[in-house]
Write a protein that binds this ligand. Structure first.
Ligand SMILES: [Zn+2]
Length: 99
């Protein structure tokens, strides 16, 4: 019984613990939501605001360059600021950016 067997048992324990956590989360997620128990990784990086909103995920916040307010991307007004696309909190701010 040396260090190796201790490390082996530790790794085995961590693996089982991790597995149990995943199974438990999938079970609880399926129980609470009734569908889609396993969250799909890498979705938050995609450029699909409609799909993001449909899944009820936390929305990406965009910063209004005119007034500095942070707004959810789906409710922000898309416009142009200093030659590039930008999101604004309101039509008023988008209008200010154009002038
Ligand atoms: Zn604004």
């Amino acid at each position: 019984m040396g260090v190796l067997s201790f490390i082996y048992r530790l790794l085995l324990f961590l693996f089982v613990f991790r597995l149990a956590a995943v199974v438990l989360r999938a079970f609880l997620g399926g129980f609470l939501q009734g569908k889609n128990p396993v969250p799909t990784p890498g979705v938050q990086g995609s450029d699909d605001p409609s799909g993001t909103a449909a899944r009820g995920r936390i929305e990406e916040l965009v910063r209004d360059p005119v007034c500095g307010v942070h707004t959810a991307r789906s409710s922000a007004v898309l416009g142009r600021f200093e030659g590039r696309e930008a999101y604004f909190c309101s039509e008023e701010c988008a209008q200010k950016a154009r002038n």
